[in-house]
Design a protein around this ligand. Sequence first.
Ligand SMILES: Nc1nc2c(c(=O)[nH]1)N[C@H]1C(S)=C(S)[C@@H](COP(=O)(O)O)O[C@H]1N2
Ligand SMILES: [Mo]
Length: 405
Amino acid sequence: MIDEAAYDEARLRDWAAGRARGFARRDLFALAAVAGTAGLLPSPAQAADAPIVKPLPPELFKVFGTNAETKWSALKGQGYYVPIDRFFVRNHTSTPIIDAADWSLEISGSGLRGPAAHVTLDDLRRLPAESHAVTVECAGNGRSYYTSQQGQTVSGTAWGLGAVGVARWRGVRLSTVLRRAGLRRDALDVQPSGLDPHYVTGGVDLGPVRRPMPLTKALDDVLLAYEMNGEPLPPDHGFPVRVIVPHWIGIASIKWVGKIEVSTEPLFSPWNTQFYRLFGPEFPAEGQPFDRQVIKSAFELDPGATFPAGRWTTLTGRSWSANGPIRHVEVSTDGGASWRRAHRVGASIEGAWQRWELDWQPSAGAHELLARATDVHGHTQPEVARYNTLGYLFDAVVRVPVTAA
Ligand SMILES: Nc1nc2c(c(=O)[nH]1)N[C@H]1C(S)=C(S)[C@@H](COP(=O)(O)O)O[C@H]1N2
Ligand SMILES: [Mo]
């Protein structure tokens, strides 16, 4: 069960049958009642004064309370990887400052043959390391377009398209650490928890940020990362160690990991029951499990950008899909009336995203730019994304207004 949707579907059946452990159904219903009336994300007032440590200059970021989105114009002229100074930050509460010398990772639970194991950063550094190009994308990336483009009401951070980034993550395979801790044959689920402050919403303390995954995924391609783009993990991105779960939605990649529970029983948390499910008129009352991350495209410019009229300019952008590399990208500069193929810029490293460009000579006036990607499996971006009340998985082609003068 490496596939997120299949896993979620199976766990939903366990949960409905009362086999949930660590998270009771009545808690879920209490939460559902709260979620119906209040916003699901902390208001800035609930968060610490400076929830994000790194500078957030307005030319690089748009700030939403405890979160900061990368401005796509800030990726113009950059390389394949998003530099740390402009990588988006999604914090449920605030960035904890952790002393690496005091940190250790506890691995415990019914899925281990013996007692809990404790792993220090030095222990991790002595184990074989790997580095991979992995996309981290918030499941709510593009959420604001449900409202601005589809006229729908959704709750959650009103992200544009900048809650995504590709970095080179280096660390130890989670499988290496779990196997050394001693897995039981019947171990089933794995749940990492963060060391950031507990997430409190609607007066309910939901505990540490955590989300389960099946052991099969944990043993497949998950990393315990301690470096990002060749540097020690920065505080905002999980120092000293974070989980990186390729292809899954961003919440799976738990930052500041302090504990990993391995269980012989299904595990649950609010982050796979109450949040990060599809709710709405089209979906079952208990919410529909997610598919993996979707396919999207973005221009390396901000909405409302201006160009010199009558001069050739190079439009640049990036497209990505959790299903595999991008096969081609089509661009329209006339609101979708006509389309041209964009040219690839460089390779797609490990399939993480594809950079592209296209020359354009705009006439004076207002224009609407669109980009539509198709991946190697033939998945393409629809005109309309499927409405869900929490505004996840927006994959429709985005209309970007620009002017030439
Ligand atoms: N401990 C912890 N891990 C976390 C979060 C958090 O708030 N606390 N946010 C998650 C979410 S919703 C996303 S999208 C990614 C964002 O990673 P980044 O802030 O490094 O870009 O981290 C995930 N891991
Ligand atoms: Mo997220």
